[in-house]
Design a protein around this ligand. Structure first.
Ligand code: ZN
Length: 344
């Protein structure tokens, strides 16, 4: 397929924000800048750097990021829609988002009435007003606005009419993108496909997908969302993130680009999929999981004699892609399972 005719998918990395909500994940503001530079080099389009309203360390990152140069990526600050008790100009979280000085801002709002009525304790109409005022104010301040529809799929299944109203509130107030979030990670790919197809007909701005991995389906749901019309993909390096983590970009990118016919990053950067994955584990002081698809040390390691014999004749016999494409290597293991080919 001619690369010029491939549909482009925008990659949105949230390792430095959602990733840090994972157990045992910690990066200093300086580490975050180093990781952001690597992500930028690879061609990632958006890098969510933190929640400036939530803690001083996240704000430190944005101060450092203002001085750093990024050649591809836009740095994004993350936060919530305004709270009911403040005016939008005085809302501390909204003020911190603007102080972060980023070209783009991602704000999350409530889709699910359960959260509106129980967690926020406000009326459904008031929630729509918080969304409208927050998006409009950030747009009036010249920001690109990504509206994160929190608990979108659960909210939609509970009350589709209200869930859609929240998206329309964001769209009409000027949001540039709406990211549909599977915050609890409980949605099936078939549901993602059905729901996004409906939403695509009602919303005219680009849609994104933000999938959590509680059912082991974050990558599958992300691919399904793109194939149903979403054009922005949110995920993290190695799936770092709250509970079971987020969609693993090191799996999403090669699946979309090498198999599904989409364009994510320049072909020459595909090898960075493995180097960045290992680099981020190293900075996090964590072992890189050997069995990570595409990037793990064992992803292309052959142990059984029959496999090795066949792979030496034609690598396609036991490998779904050539390991070098994503910067990994083939390994032949020698053990009591070996045949002559392993030794050779
Ligand atoms: Zn999340």
């Amino acid at each position: 397929m001619n690369p010029k005719t491939k549909q482009k998918v925008l990659l949105y990395d949230t390792t430095l924000r959602d990733g840090m909500q994972g157990e045992n994940i910690f990066f200093s503001p300086e580490d975050k800048v180093k990781i952001a530079k690597r992500l930028d080099d690879s061609g990632i389009h958006y890098i969510e750097g933190g929640w400036p309203g939530s803690n001083p360390k996240d704000m430190q990152f944005f101060e450092l990021a203002k001085k750093a140069k990024f050649k591809n990526a836009k740095i994004v600050a993350f936060g919530s829609t305004k709270r009911a008790k403040f005016t939008v100009e005085k809302d501390p979280n909204i003020c911190a988002l603007l102080d972060a000085g980023t070209p783009a801002i991602s704000i999350f709002g409530k889709t699910w009435l359960l959260h509106v009525e129980k967690a926020l304790n406000i009326t459904p109409e008031k929630n729509l007003e918080l969304i409208r005022e927050s998006v409009k104010y950030l747009k009036d301040n010249g920001k690109e606005v990504i509206y994160d529809a929190e608990h979108f799929f659960d909210g939609y299944k509970d009350n589709s009419e209200y869930a859609l109203k929240t998206l329309l509130a964001a769209e009409k107030s000027g949001a540039d993108v709406i990211a549909l979030c599977d915050t609890n990670g409980g949605t099936l790919p078939s549901e993602v496909i059905d729901i996004i197809k409906v939403i695509n007909d009602k919303i005219s701005i680009p849609l994104g997908i933000h999938a959590h991995n509680d059912s082991g389906l974050a990558v599958a749901n992300t691919i399904a969302a793109v194939q149903s019309g979403a054009t922005q993909v949110q995920g993290t390096i190695n799936g770092f993130g709250e509970r079971c983590g987020n969609a693993i970009l090191g799996e999403v990118i090669p699946n979309l680009q090498l198999k599904a016919g989409y364009f994510c990053i320049p072909e020459k950067n595909m090898k960075m999929v493995t180097t960045i994955s290992r680099y981020v584990s190293e900075v996090a002081n964590l072992a890189h999981p050997n069995n990570l698809p595409f990037t793990g040390k064992s992803a292309f390691a052959h142990k059984g004699g029959v496999h090795v014999s066949a792979v030496m004749k034609d690598s396609a016999s036991y490998e779904h892609i050539t390991p070098e494409t994503v910067g990994n290597i083939r390994r032949v293991l020698v053990s009591d399972r070996s045949g002559q080919s392993n030794i050779k």
